[in-house]
Design a protein around this ligand. Sequence first.
Ligand SMILES: *[C@@H]1O[C@H](CO)[C@@H](O)[C@H](O)[C@H]1NC(C)=O
Ligand SMILES: *[C@@H]1O[C@H](CO)[C@@H](O)[C@H](O)[C@H]1NC(C)=O
Ligand SMILES: *[C@@H]1O[C@H](CO)[C@@H](O)[C@H](O)[C@H]1NC(C)=O
Ligand SMILES: *[C@@H]1O[C@H](CO)[C@@H](O)[C@H](O)[C@H]1NC(C)=O
Ligand SMILES: *[C@@H]1O[C@H](CO)[C@@H](O)[C@H](O)[C@H]1NC(C)=O
Ligand SMILES: *[C@@H]1O[C@H](CO)[C@@H](O)[C@H](O)[C@H]1NC(C)=O
Length: 496
Amino acid sequence: MSLINCILLFAAAVQAKRVVHNWDITYLNTSRGLDQAPKRGITVNGKFPLPIVEAEVGDLLVLNVHNSLDVPTSLHAHGIYQHGTNYYDGVGMFTECSIAPGSNFTYEIPLKQSGTHWIHGHTAEQNFDGLRTPLIIRDPRERWDYDDEYLFVLEDWSPWTMQQSMDFLLKPNLAGLPLNPPPHGLINGVNGTLTKPIKFEPGKTYRIRLLPMTSFPNLEFVIDDHDLILYEIDGVRTKPKTLKTIRVTPGQRASVLVKAKRSRSNNYSYHVTMNSPGTPVLAGALPFTFNGTVEYDPKAPLAPTTVIPSEEFDELTAESLDYLPALQTDRSLFMNATWGFTPDVVLYDTFDYVEFRAPKVPTLFSALTMGDKAKNPLVYGPQTNARVLKYNEVIEIVLFTMASRLFAADTVFLGPFQYVVIRFRADNPGVWLFHCHMDWHSPNLRSVFVSAPDVMQRTLRVPQSGIPTSGNVVGRNDYNIDGAPILPALLASPPH
Ligand SMILES: *[C@@H]1O[C@H](CO)[C@@H](O)[C@H](O)[C@H]1NC(C)=O
Ligand SMILES: *[C@@H]1O[C@H](CO)[C@@H](O)[C@H](O)[C@H]1NC(C)=O
Ligand SMILES: *[C@@H]1O[C@H](CO)[C@@H](O)[C@H](O)[C@H]1NC(C)=O
Ligand SMILES: *[C@@H]1O[C@H](CO)[C@@H](O)[C@H](O)[C@H]1NC(C)=O
Ligand SMILES: *[C@@H]1O[C@H](CO)[C@@H](O)[C@H](O)[C@H]1NC(C)=O
Ligand SMILES: *[C@@H]1O[C@H](CO)[C@@H](O)[C@H](O)[C@H]1NC(C)=O
């Protein structure tokens, strides 16, 4: 055996480092230190903020979860490719059954990417009620690029629960609109006005990670008289681009590098603005700017803020460090994100007027157990808006929207009457939810990509769970979908 072979065998035998967290998911009534009424939040181990998950590339993340709620729950590691581990993607009723009240479940997620990511509830939008925390994956090689780092996590916190908000939003005749009250902002888990100073040493370079774990508002970030050099978007390393301000939308993440000044003669202000342009429901409350200090010397004077730059940063102008030529499209899918109305004038945000409903059998289990029939979108039920993709085919999505929307693919922002074209190769067999990441849109503005069910059936394994995990949308082994949610398509405008 050659030396090379020996080394390879040895490398394979080395166990990935296990990063283990034991999480009891609980309710907690709290106002989170804000001047507002407490609400029933959802958190981990009985306190806010949740533990931050930190790991290195190559680690295995093990989340031992106990569900102490009286409803099902699940956890999604947002941004993680989950190649071969679709079952741990945490999308309740699509990739798993959700964790029943009183039950346990262990997620085992190989971390192959670096970057700024997050973990959030993915059953019934429980992230809105607080079930959300950063997932920071470091690549030791990146440490050559900067000396130290700071994390800015923005959360919005409303005294209403997700359920209360939806009860209002889905009132007949639009009687619950406009939705009040607006949310307040938390930075790194506390009232944003109480944010601590960050310290800069002359001549050093800092990585600033920006993570809006918000339901609606964007995070805009500025440091007076300092350039921001774009470094990462959604875990992807970018070519350097010099910015004065950066906007990061809910679900997205970004990092910038900041070179410290050479002298300690001044301190400077940083500004974290919570903003939601074009959302009338939040008018008056936003934008809201939190200010903190970049401290070079506790005794130095604070350089005055002249004007906070407000030029829009468009993430589509960013370039990945790993250049890929444009793929040739095999198949184009047009999707129109639009609202539709029921006959009693309930407004739903939808793709193509389809009112979304979860299946009775998680889509992953249907895909794994329906044999050749798994290639037919019919078996997943009409209200899941399923699209079946062939292995390795290049899909082009042309996505149009009438109002501000966000899409998780990983995440792209679309303003009113804009469209975006997304091309990807369907090389990750599994069931992937494509949805708006604004929590009030997310329950209905959804579609399910069933990628290569034939390859899934050969390669994916699902741990035994003791619950029915096979068949089509209703658990039968044929095209009979009697009993599946079947709703009429919504109307384009309210009936008169
Ligand atoms: C945040 O804290 C400050 C300082 O204690 C307080 O004045 C302010 O009212 C708080 N903001 C909210 C939204 O509760
Ligand atoms: C928590 O708040 C909910 C309303 O949001 C209320 O029904 C419940 O009684 C409260 N629980 C406790 C322990 O205060
Ligand atoms: C479930 O999780 C709880 C809390 O972590 C733990 O105490 C308990 O032993 C676990 N039960 C089983 C059956 O693993
Ligand atoms: C932060 O600074 C800006 C600009 O000086 C100011 O308009 C804003 O009111 C400040 N925010 C707070 C919460 O004091
Ligand atoms: C410089 O920053 C420190 C830390 O925030 C602050 O205590 C100090 O007041 C600042 N100096 C001035 C003159 O603002
Ligand atoms: C999407 O739907 C809206 C509402 O029906 C319609 O006005 C718009 O033209 C559609 N967009 C495209 C590109 O077909």
